[in-house]
Design a protein around this ligand. Structure first.
Ligand SMILES: Nc1nc2c(ncn2[C@@H]2O[C@H](COP(=O)(O)OP(=O)(O)O)[C@@H](O)[C@H]2O)c(=O)[nH]1
Ligand SMILES: [Mg+2]
Length: 347
């Protein structure tokens, strides 16, 4: 009897301990939930947009949350966006471990010193800028979490094709309205994402490391298409010089007499080569021809993607998987009949 009671008390204590721990670790989410309620109660989308446009980071963070999660009012918010923004969107992509996050941090140092306002959107799941990272890591990896000229937001990829957040177009437009000089988007290069980031960014920087020589050969064609600037990071390593020379040959061959793609050597951890990189970015941005045709092409692309996303909104991939798992073993299974039926049932 006594033993049973003791166990019961112990269980209660354990439960309380876990509850407290749970609440503690999830406090970020709790706050986030309160924000949801806040939206629902006040429905002050106009006010929120005003906040975004005056550069209030809290408003911007809330607005991104609203759009990222399709919360009530997000469509209205998007329709309030203006298209006269000056922010330049710079994409940084490359394989995991190339030093993209470190480069972002180094560029922040450079631009903040020049009194620029910079937003960072990190879609790299392993980025130290990512929410998931423990606090200590975030503090160690970025010197700018509380800097007035810097806004940092990380986004989950949410299994989107190509490793970008499915709402990246909308979120980038939102951040553009908050009057930054630069918007840096860090994405890990996984096949498609380099291509997608190239459509989104005004300038795409591809970060590579000396050891990536073979990888470059393998993905040469695709990567040459999208890179506006190559960075050979970790130039403190021996193989950097070879990598640099090989890249120079590649860009020279490709240019065929026209302007060559810049190749910059950096040691991001030591802030080396960052002035050159920032200069290369500005040179590229200044030399870009913003022809009406190019703009039209990009807008068509964006609009197309938005429509696609909106049409697929009611399609739940988990449910698709479950339904398919049951159907695929039927002797008369046919993917086309199945898909049509699934579509009709889930309209
Ligand atoms: N030796 C050296 N290490 C670097 C350099 N830049 C980044 N690193 C290190 O490489 C690792 C991966 O960097 P990170 O920025 O997280 O790479 P990401 O995955 O591309 O974002 C970290 O341990 C960095 O400290 C560099 O220029 N030289
Ligand atoms: Mg990273």
């Amino acid at each position: 009897m006594a033993k049973a009671r003791k166990t019961a008390i112990f269980d209660l204590e354990k439960t309380l301990l876990f509850r407290t721990l749970f609440l503690f670790t999830r406090s970020g989410e709790l706050q986030f939930n309160n924000e949801h309620k806040h939206f629902l109660v006040q429905d002050n989308i106009n006010q929120l947009m005003e906040g975004v446009k005056t550069g209030d980071y809290r408003s911007l963070a809330k607005a991104i949350t609203l759009v990222e999660n399709n919360l009530p009012g997000y469509e209205k918010l998007l329709m309030l966006l203006e298209h006269t923004q000056k922010a330049q969107v710079v994409g940084i992509t490359g394989p995991p471990g190339a030093g993209k996050s470190t480069l972002v941090n180094a560029l922040l140092h450079h631009w903040v010193r020049a009194n620029k306002k910079v937003a960072v959107i990190a879609v790299d799941p392993s980025s130290p800028f990512n929410y998931g990272a423990i606090l200590g890591d975030r503090i160690r990896m970025s010197d700018f979490y509380n800097h007035p000229n810097v806004f940092i937001r990380s986004l989950a990829t949410r299994g989107a094709l190509g490793g970008l957040n499915p709402k990246i177009i909308e979120i980038t437009d939102l951040v553009k309205n908050a009057r930054f000089d630069y918007i840096l988007i860090e994405t890990v290069g996984v096949g498609q994402s380099e291509v997608e980031i190239a459509g989104l960014a005004d300038c795409t920087v591809v970060a590579l490391v000396p050891e990536a020589g073979d990888a470059v050969q393998a993905m040469k064609a695709g990567i040459m298409e999208i890179a506006n600037i190559f960075v050979v990071n970790k130039a403190d390593r021996e193989a950097a010089e070879t990598m640099y020379r090989n890249l120079k040959i590649l860009v020279h061959e490709r240019a065929d007499g026209a302007e060559e793609t810049a190749v910059v050597k950096t040691v991001a951890t030591e802030q080396k080569g960052i002035d050159e990189l920032a200069a290369a970015i500005d040179t590229f941005l200044a030399g870009q021809n913003n022809s009406p045709e190019k703009r039209l092409h990009l807008l068509v692309d964006k609009s197309w993607q938005l429509m696609q996303a909106s049409r697929m909104k009611s399609t739940d991939k988990t449910k698709l998987k479950e339904t398919l798992a049951a159907a695929m073993n039927e002797p008369d299974f046919n993917l086309y009949t199945f898909t049509k039926a699934f579509e009709e049932q889930n309209r």
